[in-house]
Design a protein around this ligand. Structure first.
Ligand SMILES: Cc1ncc(C[n+]2csc(CCOP(=O)(O)OP(=O)(O)O)c2C)c(N)n1
Ligand SMILES: [Mg+2]
Length: 542
């Protein structure tokens, strides 16, 4: 058989389920071989969109995402999405066609391995016809077992060669790593001694809700998450929501008053800890992670535990006394009344043809079904949907901000929608990010995804306006004339509505009533007199 067929068959056999990409001559045969062996293929319109969709699909399913691209420009187009995935430790396998080793004068020649390494991905290669299937299997398993983004270069001459049928020996399933007993005992001791413990669960805790809640119940801990794990403790009366820039005033108050903060699969970085401000004076900090390098990487920690989050929670639970800790009737009542952003009073800045983004988002929170999956682009606007739209669980939120790129949100929403087909997909975008990633609107229409695309349209790169405006700089480079984004949406085949005030939301209600046979674009002309309050924090991180 051809190597391209052997590679496709091998990857499908290992579990490649849904493949995202843009097909050119160099990845045509491999992609078809994947399809012939049972994989579903989703064509995007831009490789960056394909990469983001594959990334979001992997985050939402917990499986290895597969991206397939043409040699040269196919890969460079995908690079921003690949970087986001690599920095997020998304298990993603990029099938990157490459020129033959001898094609030194090819227009398509680039240094694939150097490119992959430069953005934090793992470089691998089909080395020869005889080893190609094993090379592909190794790349897939690296992505899966090490949660890495792997770029597999597939030289055209190797792909076109003949090889024998692939024989890939299975590898045994591995149990997640348990912590060393002494390390677990130190954490248990600290939890037993703590009067006000708070857990902050990150990306590495997204599959560990049950174990963490049981442990928190025993020691009386309050529960928070990083932004990427938002929704993990949804429904718990002790859920503080997101720690960090998006924390509500009560959330920030209760975390700052903790005497022990435990990061679970969470880097406790400057965003999650507001540059350390959320750690009160005298509070101890513990960190649990299965990646040794993550422990203490962002801030000093008193106790480090190297181990899987769920395993560690289980081992530590066995050494805990039961005590009320931070949990009292008073704290519970305050959480119920005050922890949600939508319950925090604000002055509505709408009127004169624009809607306050908070008012818009609260209205959408009421209108949209609770079973939703929300994907967020980057920009000044991004806190509104992140803070005011509730999500049913950690798979209901797709936050692709590891590279802080704008323009990824719409494509992320496609992957998130395909990962959770029973939920209403919501893409929350700024006008800048929406227009940057607009090519994937055709994909949303073509796939008939019942998606709500809400554009917080301030006719500007608002983040830059609010960053530089207060200092009196000219802002002509970051402001734009009005764009009719609802009409652009209709041009792609979506329903489109322009919202300038709460009274304009009737068509949203009508669309939700059904049949939802085409996506809905909401062009919300938002008030933008002042920047968002989390933005100041963000610019400290530049
Ligand atoms: C690919 C990329 N280009 C440029 C930037 C710098 N940048 C950060 S936010 C932003 C403005 C985004 O505008 P918009 O999507 O309308 O959101 P807004 O800030 O207006 O709410 C820009 C240009 C970036 N983060 N990523
Ligand atoms: Mg904008």
């Amino acid at each position: 058989m051809l190597v391209s067929e052997a590679v496709g068959a091998t990857l499908a056999g290992l579990g490649a389920g849904t493949v995202f990409g843009v097909v050119g001559s160099g990845n045509f045969h491999v992609t078809n071989a994947l399809i012939a062996n049972g994989a579903a293929f989703v064509a995007a319109r831009h490789e960056c969109g394909a990469a983001c969709a594959a990334d979001a699909w992997a985050r939402g399913t917990g499986r290895v995402g597969i991206l397939t691209v043409h040699q040269g420009p196919g890969l460079t187009n995908a690079l921003t999405g690949i970087t986001e995935a690599a920095k997020s430790r998304t298990p993603l396998l990029v099938l990157a066609a490459d020129v033959a080793g001898a094609a030194v004068r090819s227009n398509f020649r680039i240094d694939v391995a150097a490119l992959a390494a430069s953005v934090g991905a793992v470089a691998d290669r089909l080395h020869s016809p005889a080893t190609a299937a094993a090379d592909a299997a190794r790349a897939y398993r690296t992505a899966q077992r090490e949660r890495r983004t792997v770029v597999l270069a597939m030289p055209l001459d190797v792909q076109a060669a003949q090889c024998g049928p692939p024989e890939i020996p299975p590898v045994p399933a591995l149990a997640p790593a348990a912590p060393a007993p002494e390390a677990a005992a130190r954490l248990a001791e600290a939890l037993n001694a703590a009067e006000r413990p708070v857990f902050v669960a990150g990306r590495g805790a997204r599959a560990a809700r049950a174990g963490l809640e049981e442990l928190a119940d025993a020691c009386g801990a309050l529960l928070a998450t990083s932004a990427v794990a938002r929704g993990l403790f949804h429904g718990s009366p002790w859920d503080l929501g997101v720690s960090g820039g998006f924390a509500s005033p009560l959330t920030a108050e209760l975390i700052t008053a903790a005497d022990l903060v435990v990061g679970w699969g969470c880097s406790l970085n400057m965003w999650t800890m507001r540059h350390g401000k959320l750690i009160g004076p005298g509070a101890r900090v513990a960190q649990v992670d299965d990646d040794m390098a993550a422990i203490g990487a962002h801030r000093p920690v008193d106790i480090g535990v190297h181990g899987d989050v769920a395993q560690t929670a289980r081992v530590v639970r066995a050494c805990l006394h039961t005590q009320p800790g931070y949990r009292s009737g008073g704290v519970r009542d305050r959480i119920a009344r005050e922890v949600r952003w939508r319950d925090v009073p604000y002055d509505d800045q709408g009127g004169h043809g624009v809607i306050d983004p908070r008012t818009l988002t609260i209205a959408l929170d009421d209108l949209l079904p609770a079973e939703r999956v929300v994907a967020i682009d980057s920009g000044n606007f991004m806190g509104y949907p992140s803070m005011f739209l509730s999500v049913p669980d950690e798979n209901g939120f797709c936050f692709t901000q590891a590279y802080q790129s704008i323009g990824l949100g719409l494509a992320s929403a496609i992957g998130a929608a395909l990962a959770q087909p029973e939920r209403l997909p919501v893409a929350a975008l700024g006008d800048g990010g929406a227009l940057m990633g607009i090519s994937e609107l055709e994909t949303v229409v073509r796939l008939r995804l019942p998606m709500v695309i809400v554009v917080y349209d301030d006719e500007a790169y608002g983040a830059e306006v609010h960053h530089f405006g207060p200092d009196g700089f000219a802002l002509d480079t970051v402001r734009f004339p009005p764009a009719d984004i609802a009409a652009i949406g209709r041009g792609f085949g979506c329903a489109g509505v322009t919202v300038r005030g709460p009274g304009d939301l009737g068509p949203v209600r009508e669309w939700l009533a059904g049949p939802r046979d085409r996506p809905l674009v909401i062009d919300a002309k938002v008030a933008s007199a002042s920047g968002s309050w989390w933005l100041e924090e963000a610019f400290r991180g530049h």
